[in-house]
Design a protein around this ligand. Sequence first.
Ligand code: SF4
Length: 373
Amino acid sequence: MNRGWLDLAGAVEALDGVELDAALVAGIEAEAPALRDGTNFYTPTFKSYATSELAGCGKSAWPAVSITGGDCALACDHCKAKILEPMIPARTPEDLWRVVNAQIEGGAQGMLLTGGSNHRNEVEYDAYYPVVRRIKDRFPAFKIALHTALVDGGIARRMEDAGIDAAMMDVIGAQDTISQVYHLKRSVADFERSLECLAATSMKCVPHIVIGLHYGRMLGEWEALEIVARHKPAALVLVVVMPFYAPAQRPFVTPDARQVGRFFLDARRRLPDTPLLLGCARPAGRVKAEIDSYAVMAGLNGIAHPADGVVELAVRLGREVRVTPACCSIAVGNEVMALERESGIRVDLQDLIAEQRRRRRGGALAGIPVVAA
Ligand code: SF4
């Protein structure tokens, strides 16, 4: 068996203790010429980040705003609305106008707009469309990515007419997951129909697939991938379930990194020309290092908050590496909106190498090609 990539991964000190599946790595390596050869990492952890024009973790440049604050009627088993809690609340259209003006004054270039769902997995944005339109008319350069949840054709057109730039929704491919995890009386076909309606608009359509959504196990992911592939999205965001809030009687297992890796490869094969982004949500620790290693190998285009050693792995694999000092929401904004964000993308190569050396207690990257965007 060709152990080329395994040996390269083994040379990365920060990946010590990470166990990659030899057969899977060899399989990915065999397909390498057909896979993307560049990876953009989004991370606030490099020292050079401190000197970037993007201060803090980038939240002020791309804030997340919830029209329901921390409330959600659906309370899915993996989330229980906790994802909404840290977001900026804007519970009325007037609040949204005020929040957006304040954020723009603070340097925001775009936002993620979301909210808790009703019992039909719809976010009730109706009252907000006029103010979204007003925001886009007043600040046309300010980008708005909307978590749409489920929609019909009329709702999708209202989102488009309001000026939403990107429409994001989770695509679920298993009825059992919809019924059991989301407690929802909707069908897989409803999810596909929603994606179809969004894809029929001029909005950038950016579906998400939550890997391991069925209590940590893979179930509907491949069907979700087929659904996504049928509607040619602008990008696909993959995240791995982080069930911090799962109820004790319905626990989640940690997703198997090898299965996640296989899914990355399948997604890359199925959508060879679509930007694939690994969002920042995934389990921490060794499994994250394994997942991220497979993500790099499989040729995902963007990886938010990579595990230690994974940037080095990418350069050792000969990949063209870019590092954007930013948090995941910027990553989504950048990949999805193709924002020309010179201040956010430019990273000093020497700083990057110095940081890698410091982290690896004196190792060298000499001769390994690194490309700073
Ligand atoms: S609908 Fe969204 S916000 Fe509400 S619990 Fe489910 S995943 Fe969390």
